[in-house]
Write a protein that binds this ligand. Structure first.
Ligand code: SF4
Ligand code: SF4
Length: 316
């Protein structure tokens, strides 16, 4: 398969309750992949000789009944890299050894650094337990088995330094900061209290002191400044940025920005051909590309900086 990464959704279930969450508004809310579909999917990956990278996110993968089957099957395939995103609640050094195979990388998303940061934003998660488990995992399995992502908002900005310092103390080098996103009808009510204005003096000072700390400590934090490409550019201008998505029912869409357009199902023998056809048509036609990408859910925001999710997928 041509693509360097495929994104797989194993579950829409989650053990946390975040006010910013759109997963629970998804048409497949609280559902997960079946054992039969999972087995079909792993065979399909083998049959297509896909050996690059698989990213697992959406819902909480550690609640999925079949995550261990999936990891077990996939890690038998040499060189295939697996990235799994978790909220950290069930992440611990007591997970089975093969969950920390060298080809697997765990991403832990933090919505703040102390419990106060999470008030009214994320319920059912003890942030000190999560931090403690991250430190224990890094110590037991080595810091390279994980990466961290801090969803920055106005309230947790004051703890950004503590987050970066925590990563540094635990030797975790793969560290991200992502600005919180607001979605129309889901969490736009949080915008006023949590939106970060990167131009205000307070945010600028915090970020520049963290940048100084990072350069002193030889740390690279990705996303500290907004690094989005200029809007006239699309994924087609950058190598390897298109990630098809396979949903729990095997339906497949071409890229994360157009998740609303289902191309087919992995059970159909021509689904890869259909995807390649879309790729080559868009790749050679700049105008078609711009039209396709003008509806990108990852980029398109209204004048109030609010993202809109497709009504075909989300009950908004
Ligand atoms: S951890 Fe993620 S999936 Fe779970 S409720 Fe929060 S935002 Fe939603
Ligand atoms: S729609 Fe968005 S994610 Fe998809 S190819 Fe275009 S820019 Fe990339």
């Amino acid at each position: 398969m041509f693509f360097d990464n495929i994104f797989i959704t194993l579950t829409y279930k989650c053990n946390c309750f975040c006010s910013k969450c759109f997963t629970r508004k998804h048409v497949n809310k609280n559902k997960e992949i079946t054992k039969e579909m999972l087995s079909y999917l792993t065979n399909w990956i083998n049959d297509h000789n896909f050996f690059k990278k698989i990213s697992i996110g959406t819902g909480e993968p550690l609640t999925c009944n079949y995550l261990s089957n999936f990891i077990d099957d996939i890690t038998k395939k040499p060189d295939l890299k697996l990235r799994i995103l978790t909220n950290g609640k069930l992440f611990s050094p007591n997970l089975p050894d093969y969950f920390f195979n060298k080809e697997i990388k765990w991403g832990v998303t933090l919505d703040g650094f102390d419990q106060k940061d999470l008030e009214g934003l994320q319920k059912n998660l003890n942030i000190d337990n999560v931090k403690n488990n991250i430190a224990l995992v890094a110590k037991k399995w080595g810091p390279d088995v994980l990466y961290l992502n801090y969803t920055l908002n106005k309230r947790n900005l004051g703890n950004l330094f503590n987050y970066v310092n925590f990563a540094n103390e635990n030797n975790i080098k793969d560290v991200y900061v992502t600005k919180i996103k607001f979605f129309k009808g889901i969490n736009d009510h949080l915008k006023e209290s949590l939106d970060v204005d990167y131009n205000c003096g307070n945010a600028r000072d915090s970020i520049s002191s963290i940048q100084d700390f990072c350069s002193l400590n030889n740390l690279k934090i990705k996303g500290l400044e907004e690094t989005r490409p200029p809007s006239s550019k699309t994924c087609f201008d950058y190598a390897n940025t298109i990630s098809p998505i396979i949903d729990i029912d095997g339906s497949i869409s071409f890229c994360q920005g157009r998740e609303d357009v289902v191309i087919g199902n992995i059970k159909e023998s021509d689904c890869i051909d259909k995807m390649m056809k879309i790729y080559s048509e868009l790749n050679k036609n700049r105008i078609a590309q711009q039209q396709w990408c003008s509806l990108c859910l990852m980029k398109s925001r209204d004048e109030e900086n609010i993202y809109h999710l497709p009504v075909s997928l989300y009950e908004i």
